[in-house]
Design a protein around this ligand. Structure first.
Ligand code: ATP
Ligand code: MN
Length: 467
């Protein structure tokens, strides 16, 4: 038999050269048969669409066809024919079927309509389903959109370290990195562990953000972005937090907070537009199966301006809502950190569109944010999205050395390993701004999925590091 190069199913479905011999390889989604013919729906992951294989029962061995079960892997060579069936343009009339891999009868993705919880316990196989195939193809396209956006806008992709010795961003939340023998820890007279003989000679952790190093990049290259893994040991079991997630952090010299907001809005709209243009089949599927308002919501975000208002104005709206009888789980007052319910109230019920909230009380924001003239608020900005709450957090940075130092001293932030960060303010400081976008929160928004565990292939959450 002649050997034919494999064609991806996404490409086979576009072909019109009926009569040609083609070879497709993939996994069986369904197999049904009458006495005379077998119909096999084959999927290879290149698209959510399956190609239908039609196999004449007389031509194929019964023992082979018995092994063509859901999940089995096949190589099929046959003739490309115009499909008489509705909803598909082509099918393959099989000449030759090779069973590359039979599928054991306990294949966990056999039944349709399993719960998301069930899928999570089988995360190694859920990738083979329509839903997760769609989600992870979209995830890929979003990564491409992000790189393209920044590349087209003159940003440089800047790699910041994953192992870091700076613990100033909130020490309690970091995962420690050590090669020390935990069964035999030497301690000093005060009972403190001596790290001088550890791998790096000091305490090190996995990064919670690439921002501080990103600022070094921005104040040299002008505009940079990071896109890498980020780790937070926060014990928050929510549908929006992971212990390991991917963050995109642009940082731009000479941008103030208004430029920063313009960038965030333009960037997010570009990404959502990209999804609408490049992920049509997958989005249509998710709109049908997961969330019927998805496409409308994406379109809405692309077409409408985000509302911009101050934290103080936002609090007033929330307090008024409480006065009018709206019940929140957490108390709301000036100075409170907004809970997701508050953010979503502003976005979903009050403004009915994305909101950028600015000028938060300094007490609830990080030390490096630029102080406003009122001495009470800082130039922070959070972008709040429907269904998600906070999708982006950012700020204009404090570029003044003395102001930054006095904030650091006020907060007793351990800066002994941070001299290099302070140097940016000593050697030609400049106004600059940046933000962090949680990649998985963007994917949640774009896919309509409800839980962040379902938009990263192998989620890491408290008490869960399987696969
Ligand atoms: P939140 O208040 O939602 O916990 P945060 O204010 O701690 O977030 P930032 O430090 O501002 O988050 O991080 C920037 C962005 O990273 C957030 O806007 C969010 O999109 C994302 N992010 C933060 N923490 C997580 C997490 N644990 N899992 C997934 N994404 C996260
Ligand atoms: Mn934040």
């Amino acid at each position: 038999m002649e050997t034919i190069c494999r064609t991806k199913i996404i490409d086979v479905l576009k072909r019109e050269d009926f009569g040609a011999t083609v070879c497709v390889k993939g996994w069986v989604r369904t197999h049904r048969n009458s006495k005379a013919v077998h119909f096999i729906a084959l999927n290879d992951g290149s698209t959510i669409r399956n190609v239908q294989i039609v196999a004449d029962a007389q031509k194929f061995d019964d023992d082979l066809m018995k092994q063509v079960t859901t999940g089995a892997c096949l190589s099929v060579t046959g003739e490309l024919v115009k499909s008489p069936g509705a909803g598909q343009s082509v099918e393959v009339q099989a000449h030759d079927i090779v069973l590359l891999g039979a599928c054991a009868s306990d294949y966990p993705m056999q039944k349709k309509g399993q719960s998301m919880e069930y899928m999570r316990t089988h995360a190694h196989m859920r990738l083979r389903t329509n839903t997760f195939g769609a989600v992870f193809r979209i995830r890929h396209h979003m990564a491409m959109a992000i790189h393209r956006y920044f590349h087209e806008h003159g940003f440089f992709y800047f790699h910041t370290p994953i192992i870091t010795a700076s613990d100033c961003e909130g020490a309690g939340q970091m995962f420690q990195v050590t090669t020390k023998n935990l069964y035999d820890l030497k301690k000093d007279a005060e009972g403190k562990i001596d790290y001088s003989d550890d791998f790096f000679g000091k305490t090190t952790s996995l990064t919670v953000s690439g921002q501080l190093e990103g600022e070094l990049g921005a104040t040299a290259l002008g505009a940079i972005y990071t896109f890498g893994p980020t780790f937070r040991a926060e014990n928050s079991n929510t549908p929006r937090h992971l212990a390991e997630f991917w963050m995109i952090e642009p940082e731009v010299a000479f941008n103030d907070i208004h430029d920063n907001m313009d960038l965030a809005e333009d960037f997010i709209k570009y990404c959502v537009r990209w999804a609408l243009e490049h992920c049509q089949d997958d989005l249509a599927f998710l709109n049908k199966m997961i969330d019927p308002t998805l496409l409308d919501r994406l379109q809405f975000v692309v077409e409408n301006d985000f509302v911009r208002l101050s934290y103080t104005e936002g609090i007033k709206i929330l307090e008024d809502a409480v006065k009018e009888g709206h019940k929140f789980e957490f108390p709301i007052y000036w100075g409170a950190d907004l809970a997701s319910e508050h953010e979503r109230f502003l976005v979903e019920q009050h403004f009915k569109r994305p909101v950028i909230l600015t000028d938060y009380p300094k007490e609830i924001k990080a030390f490096y944010m630029k102080m406003n003239d009122d001495g009470k608020t800082v130039r922070a900005m959070d972008v709040l999205f429907p269904q998600i709450g906070e999708i982006i957090g950012g700020s204009e940075r404090e570029e003044n050395y003395d102001k930054l130092m006095s904030r650091i001293e006020e907060l007793h932030i351990p800066m002994k390993d941070m001299w290099w960060y302070l140097d940016t303010r000593r050697f030609g400081t400049c106004p600059h701004s940046g933000f962090g976008l949680g990649f998985e929160r963007l994917i949640l928004f774009v896919t309509g999925m409800q839980n962040i565990r379902d938009v990263i292939p192998f989620p890491r959450t408290p008490k869960n590091a399987d696969f």
